[in-house]
Design a protein around this ligand. Sequence first.
Ligand SMILES: Nc1ncnc2c1ncn2[C@@H]1O[C@H](COP(=O)(O)OP(=O)(O)OP(=O)(O)O)[C@@H](O)[C@H]1O
Ligand code: SF4
Ligand SMILES: [Mg+2]
Length: 413
Amino acid sequence: MSENAEDKAVGIPAQADGATLTKKDPAPGEILLKVTGLQKHFPIREGLFRRQTGAVRAVDGIDFEVRSGETLGVVGESGCGKSTMGRLITRLLEPSAGKVEFEGKDITHLGVGGMRPLRRDVQMIFQDPYSSLNPRHTIGTIVGAPFRLQKVTPEGGVKKEVQRLLSVVGLNPEHYNRYPHEFSGGQRQRIGIARALALNPKLVVADEPVSALDVSIQAQVVNLLDDLQQELGLTYVIIAHDLSVVRHVSDRIAVMYLGKIVELADRESLYKAPMHPYTKALMSAVPIPDPKRRSAKSERILLRGDVPSPISPPSGCRFHTRCWKATEICKTTEPPLLELKPGQRVACHHPENFEDQAPQDTVLLSAAKDAVELVPDAVLAESAETSEALAAEVAAETASEAAEESVEKSTDK
Ligand SMILES: Nc1ncnc2c1ncn2[C@@H]1O[C@H](COP(=O)(O)OP(=O)(O)OP(=O)(O)O)[C@@H](O)[C@H]1O
Ligand code: SF4
Ligand SMILES: [Mg+2]
């Protein structure tokens, strides 16, 4: 990934050390957020009396934890419940069931007053930098809003602190009085990031932070998030609809399908040996940078059919209507999310790269026979290698930048 000088959060200035803004430091690796059986069912109401006739089961019983200092990537197709999950854990939505614990404290049903201190610790970056910034407010007002809402006065005043934050995210502090329309998409997303950082949060939930941006800008914003994490010890939940965005920044990745987590694993395990067929299909959809190979049709697992409706999800395993390995048990029995390998949890009766969990059931469902267009193992292995090569390139680039920086510093002396 390339980046220019402006895009790097070089030498992030220190936070104004007003009493209210002292850096809080949870021990790295400690569980910061724990989610158990989390559900969000949106009621569907019809008729004159608005009677409930059904529900959209957007998030339907998920369990995971986020450790301090890590980045958890969350991926899945459109409509699988990623944003709803993000809004539940930041408590912008009230869960229908389940539990959310932050630093060991149950915050599932906290009211506005109880949530106020938490609002500082947990922040969200929104998907669309065009609609998430009020066009009538200046950048100074937007980035300074959290201070006013929380009634916090940073040392040196709000203006000084906002200008510091603008320079932290690589924007010109002199642009304090400008309006959102005067900035590009990437710059607007930086403004959104500055706003999220204002109160020195512990957890930042970024909902598709780069999907509205040009591909050339995406890497810069992802790198900025990465730099900020190193400098400020942030913990991230980064939501994306495919694996390419979270590939290089996540420590662990959760794969969602129709309101459920179907696989949760550390990055290396997930890329080297995905165990859920849906993960495997998502991985093969990650664009391959080599143009010759990109044109080869045989390099993708193309899932047939649309994602079923979350109003009446399929019985048993929700993926059985699109899975090429589905057997009768998949239709009748929901597979639990089990830790099949250390650090790799999977919900599947017939996982990839592991012994069959239902070996007695071998007859494929008729839908399975034409569920995908091609499942070429060899190509998938090759694409994993390409990904590794890319990772190596990024590492080399970062190392050479670091070397250049240290040469510059020693010359300055
Ligand atoms: N306020 C709401 N009322 C009713 N249904 C909702 C509401 N918000 C979301 N949904 C539904 O819940 C499901 C999950 O939506 P969500 O926005 O969480 O998905 P997503 O994974 O973020 O999708 P995308 O990738 O398109 O952003 C969708 O079917 C959506 O229509
Ligand atoms: S093999 Fe069965 S349980 Fe596993 S993903 Fe396919 S349908 Fe679901
Ligand atoms: Mg979304």
